[in-house]
Write a protein that binds this ligand. Structure first.
Ligand code: KPL
Length: 302
């Protein structure tokens, strides 16, 4: 299977590095910059969760033409870039499946605006990853990955994608309800990301402090109410699951914290912001998510 990972941020680099070590034919497609240049010249420096280091030779590209012969495009750009990124690359894709493992609501729909709906595979992953420096990704915590065709029934190709990721150490299961998986992950991110970005703490701090616990719990409980109003089958124990992710990725700075600290735009509109918007259409109140979203917007402006 030939795989192209679109987006050379922390998750994209982690996945491409893991696939390369499993001898998968993979290309990391990213913007021309220090990170891509260093990986091209020296390989990807990859720090494992146990501290072990590897220098992984990895094919990198900055031109969309790299996707021409792909069987699978894995979309790892930020959620606010999904539409533009797919508009740019769609013309180069043959009959590749397009897998989104991004955070947030709306990515599968944005991809389906540019490629046939039946090729869209959506999923979630709770692995923690940090770009420590150009050319260097740290695998900050193991997690679960779940994928499934978003607008069509699963088939052997989806199973093959899951097998390929699993063989690369990214243990992946196939679900018939990827929408519920995406919403469940949104609840995890709504409970962890904004709070850790605002308080500038690692994920684990949320379960080590009563204040952190309360914010996590209230943000997720509101999200559960919104999901139920939408008819999405999120698990009853979503709060507990969010706590578990915070524990498993305890030393990880959430992606939103990394964005705020680097002065970059965050994914707040696809996470807490999206829960607020969906809640409003059903008359479900979301004061905690609304406050978190407003504060993150304020931090972004500054
Ligand atoms: O998805 C994440 C993120 O930071 O965006 C988690 C799983 C919370 C890991 O940090």
């Amino acid at each position: 299977m030939r795989v192209v990972v679109l987006g050379s941020g922390s998750l994209g680099s982690l996945l491409a590095g893991a696939l390369a070590t499993a001898d998968v034919d993979v290309t990391l497609l990213g913007r021309d910059g220090d990170h891509v240049r260093r990986v091209r010249e020296h390989g990807l420096r990859f720090t494992h969760p146990d501290g072990r280091e590897e220098q992984i030779p990895l094919d990198v590209a900055t031109e969309h033409a790299a996707a021409v012969d792909a069987d699978l495009l894995v979309v790892c750009v930020k959620s606010y870039d999904t539409g533009d990124a797919l508009a740019d690359i769609a013309g180069y894709l043959g009959d590749a499946d397009v897998l989104t493992l991004q955070n947030g609501l709306g990515n599968a729909e944005a991809i389906a605006d540019h490629v046939p709906r039946e090729r869209v595979v959506a999923g979630t992953t709770t692995h923690g990853a940090v770009l420590e420096a150009p050319g260097h990704v740290r695998y900050a915590g193991r997690g679960d990955t779940t994928i499934g065709r978003y607008f069509a029934a699963n088939d052997a190709r989806v199973e093959a994608v899951a097998d390929c990721l699993t063989a690369a150490g990214i243990e992946t299961s196939v679900t018939d309800d990827p929408e519920a998986a995406v919403w469940t992950k949104v609840l995890v991110n709504a409970g962890i990301n904004a709070a850790t970005a605002l308080a500038r703490v690692p994920n684990g701090a949320l379960v080590e402090s009563e204040s952190g616990e309360r914010v996590l719990r209230r943000a997720v409980e509101e999200g559960i109410a919104v999901a139920r109003a939408e008819g999405i089958a999120v698990p009853r124990d979503a709060v507990e699951r969010t706590r578990e992710v915070a524990e498993r990725t305890a030393t990880n700075p959430s992606s939103m914290r990394q964005d705020v600290e680097r002065g970059r735009r965050t994914e707040i509109e696809a996470l807490n912001g999206a829960l607020v918007r969906h809640g409003a259409t059903h008359g479900v109140e979301t004061p905690v998510n609304e406050t978190l979203a407003e504060l993150v917007r304020l931090a972004e402006e500054k």
